[in-house]
Design a protein around this ligand. Structure first.
Ligand code: TXA
Ligand code: MG
Length: 345
């Protein structure tokens, strides 16, 4: 569907308390009428539509150019809303929801037949998340329906962490965009499959492995390893190209200056993405230097990562070199996204 005007509802100044701004009432009505609307969450901006209606869900896939076999996460505004959507709630899912909802955690559980088949792409399971962001929650409650929402980017682009990223990718393709400031985490939710014996981390994200381990115990959690994902992907989204910048992205674990020099000798223009602490040392080796934030503030690096990847992409350099990070805490999710971007380019 194409729209002459994608409506903008700005609720940036809303403090999350009653009364609800009229902009959110209007956006909620739009979703309940079966249209697709982008909105902020604490992870990234999502593109939401009524999860029960095929025609509504189809608009999401069409606007994003998303393959139909990649299922969507259903967002709820209140914990009680997941009962009609699922056929059972495994104990570990209940425990994780107790600990981390509302928040950046998606739980895969056995589905009921309440949501459109298009949402689950033929799987027996459903991904559910209760976001923490007050705008997201208020919008879902106002719409009064379960809201299917992938990240609000064109497929193959980095997830949007600012409303302007959504406009850049989807203007004219969707009914509207709720503008509510920058996403706080900046990376997508952690996806945990709770349908088997153990909890399987399908995608690292805002809730860290360490946090999950504290709740379930290390013996009850496994990581879907990268090789297994490629053969028989548990999270179907894993098999698609992700966040691929148009210039190749290369991760460098040491010897950044040497790598940059070699590329420049070949006549290439070079972008370097590195922490603020390395700026003085590395800036002269780059045509474009993109500071990632302080190495002492990994959450800040995560929050700006996609914006920085978009900037690197738009800088037009021939090759982008990026530093690596320790895979602990939120660093695991940061490295997961960087490795995907690097392998896809
Ligand atoms: O933070 C987030 O999760 C954001 C915000 C908007 O909530 N959403 C998001 O959605 O990242 P999306 O569609 O970009 O990523 C959802 C991931 C995909 O990798 C998809 O394959 C996987 O979740 N997924 C969805 N349903 C699934 C299921 N039933 N079983 C396994 N994986 C599933
Ligand atoms: Mg996505």
């Amino acid at each position: 569907m194409s729209y002459k005007h994608t409506k903008i509802w700005n609720v940036d100044n809303w403090d999350g308390k009653e009364p609800l701004p009229p902009e959110l009432e209007e956006a909620g009505l739009c979703i309940s009428r079966g249209e697709a609307v982008a909105f902020p969450t604490e992870t990234v901006y999502g593109l939401g539509a009524d999860a029960r209606r095929d025609t509504a869900v189809e608009q999401i896939f069409a606007a994003k150019g998303r393959p139909g076999d990649n299922p969507l996460i259903v967002h709820i505004g209140d914990r009680s809303q997941w009962h009609p959507l699922v056929s059972s709630i495994p104990d570990m899912a209940e425990k994780l929801a107790d600990a981390f909802w509302p928040g950046p955690l998606t739980l895969i559980v056995p589905k009921s037949d309440a949501v459109s088949e298009k949402v689950t792409a033929g799987l027996d399971s459903l991904a559910v998340r209760m976001p923490e962001h007050p705008v997201a929650r208020a919008l879902i409650n106002e719409a009064g329906v379960p809201v299917a929402a992938p990240s609000a980017n064109r497929s193959g682009r980095p997830s949007p962490t600012k409303a302007e990223h959504v406009t850049y990718d989807l203007d004219g393709q969707i009914a509207g965009i709720v503008q509510g400031g920058d996403a706080g985490y900046g990376l997508e939710s952690t996806v945990v499959d709770c349908t088997g014996e153990k909890a399987v981390i399908l995608r690292p994200g805002g809730i860290t492995r360490e946090q999950l381990t504290d709740v379930l115990g290390a013996e009850h959690i496994v990581q879907a390893d990268a090789a297994a994902e490629e053969d028989t992907p548990k999270a179907p989204g894993m098999k698609y190209r992700h966040y691929a910048p148009s210039s190749p992205l290369v991760l460098i674990e040491g010897g950044m200056q040497k790598a940059a020099l070699a590329a420049r000798r070949e006549g290439k223009t070079v972008g370097i993405m590195a922490v603020d602490e390395h700026r003085r040392e590395l800036e002269a080796s780059a045509d474009v230097f993109i500071p990632l934030g302080s190495k002492d503030k990994p959450a800040g690096i995560a929050a700006k990562l996609y914006d920085n990847l978009r900037a690197a992409d738009q800088s037009g350099v021939d090759v982008i070199f990026c530093e690596t990070f320790p895979k602990e805490g939120i660093g695991e999710a940061v490295m997961n996204r960087l490795e995907k971007a690097a392998s896809a380019s």
